[in-house]
Write a protein that binds this ligand. Sequence first.
Ligand SMILES: [Zn+2]
Length: 123
Amino acid sequence: MHEYGLVQEVVLLLLKKLQEGVCPEAGNMEVVLRVGGFAVHSVAATRQAYEVLTKDTPLESSRLTLTISPVTLNCPGCGYQETLGDDQVDPHDPLPLAECPRCGQVGPVHGGRGVESLELVCD
Ligand SMILES: [Zn+2]
């Protein structure tokens, strides 16, 4: 599964932070994660991966606030810009293209592929 690799990296990073003494009271932790639109297929799958991968770790009880950055089409022909849903673009495509709904020209799609920001908040 695509999400697992990404979430695994995030979880390892967070566990390292905890080992370094961030959030000594591991009671109420919030993990704020923002990932690029090409990095994951769905919020649900990412959450599920997080749940599975944090099980039996100090992060098990943490809350995950997940934001997925939109993927956008910038038409080279008419300048039209559109935010695409995750079902409109194949994240595995190394050079994703989409057809402009206004003029029909095919243009490149822009979006992030990795973790854009990660924050560990503790109360
Ligand atoms: Zn266009």
